[in-house]
Design a protein around this ligand. Sequence first.
Ligand code: NAD
Ligand code: TYD
Length: 337
Amino acid sequence: MRILITGGAGFIGSNFCYYLKKKRPALQQVVLDKLTYCGNLDNLKDLRGARGFRFIRGDIADRKSVVQAMRGVEMVMHFAAESFVDRSLHQPVDFVRSNVQGTQVLLDEARRVGVKKFVQVSTDEVYGSLGARGKFTENSPLQPSSPYSASKAASDLLALSYYRSYGLPVVVTRCSNNYGPYQFPEKLIPLMISNALEGRDLPVYGKGLNVRDWIYVQDHCSALEAVLRKGKPGEVYNIGGDAEEKNIDVVRSIIKILDVSPQLIKYLPDSIRPGHDFRYAISHAKLTRQTGWQPSVSFREGIEKTVVWYLDNQPWWQKIKKRAAFKAFYKKHYKTR
Ligand code: NAD
Ligand code: TYD
C-alpha cells in the first residue's frame, strides 16, 4: 500500500510522516512538497533514505508533478497549503493558487488513478469566529474571515464536490490550532518561545483575549490515522484538543516555563490582523463516537514538551530566523502596520 502525503515537509505533515512510519511501517510513503518558505527538508532528516520513503519536490498546482507523485498511490493525505493568516492578508493570491487550484489538480489526479481514500486536511477556521459561548460542530455554517480560511473552505467544498459528482472517496477533517515540534517560528507558540529565548519582544495582538483551542500535533496525527482507517467517504470530521486558552495565558505559560521577564510582552493594536477571529472552540464528538479517538495530551503537558523541543533544537529555528526572507516579512508585518 502506498500513501501520498502532500506538504510532508511542513509542520503537521512531517509529524504525520514520523507517526505513520511508527504506526504502520509497511505503508510506503511518498511526500510531494514544493518546499515553500515553510517547507523544510530538515524536518524529514530521520526519514530520508529510509526504506519505503520517497520525497518529491513539486507543486500540487503543477499537473506533471502530481501525475508523477500519484503513481501507484492508493491513499492521499493532503496537507500542502499556504497556512498563515497574516501572510494571507499581505499576499492572498498565493493562497488561492496553492490551496484552491492545487487541491483541484490533486483531486483530478486522485480520481484518475482511483484512490481508495482522499483525506482533505482542513481547519476549524472555515467556520469563522465564535462569541464567548458554544462550539463548532460539523453542521456549523462556513463563515471564513481571512483569505487563508476562505481558501481552505473553498478547497473543502471542491473536495466534497468530487465525492458527490464523481464518487471520489473524500473525507474532510477540520482541526483546531496545532502546536509541537517543527512548527514554523512565525505562528504564535514557536514565535513566542524563540523570541523569548532571543530576548526579543513578544508581540501580542490586542489585549491577548482571543481564544484558541490547542491540540498537540501528535494528537492531530492519531486522529488523522483514525480517519484514514475508519472515516466515511463524503463526511466531515472535526478534531480538537479540548484545551481552550486565551492568547495571553499561552504567552504567560511560556514566560513561566522559560523564566523570562513578563516585560518582554508588547501589546500591538489588534488592527495588525484585520478580521481577527475572537474565539475558536470545537466539538469532536462525531469523530469520537465513530472511531473512539480522543486527545491524550493536556495543554500543560504539551506546552512543556514543546518548549523543551525548541530549547533542544535551537539550530533548527535559528537557521530559519536568520534567513533574509524571514527577517523581511517580520519587519514588514510587525514594524510597518
Ligand atoms: P506548514 O505551512 O507548516 O506546511 C505546509 C507545507 O505545504 C510546507 O511544507 C510547504 O512547502 C507545502 N506547500 C505549500 N504550498 C505547496 C504547493 N503549492 N505544492 C506543494 N507543497 C506546498 O502548514 P501546517 O501547519 O503543517 O498545516 C498543514 C495543513 O494542515 C494545512 O492544510 C493547514 O491548512 C492544515 N491545518 C493546520 C493547522 C495548524 O494549526 N497549523 C490546523 C488545522 C489545519
Ligand atoms: P496563529 O498562530 O497565527 O494561528 P491562527 O490565527 O491560525 O489561529 O495565531 C494564534 C493567535 O495568536 C491569534 O489569535 C493571533 C495571535 N497572535 C499574536 O497575538 N501575536 C502574534 O505574533 C501572532 C503570530 C499571533
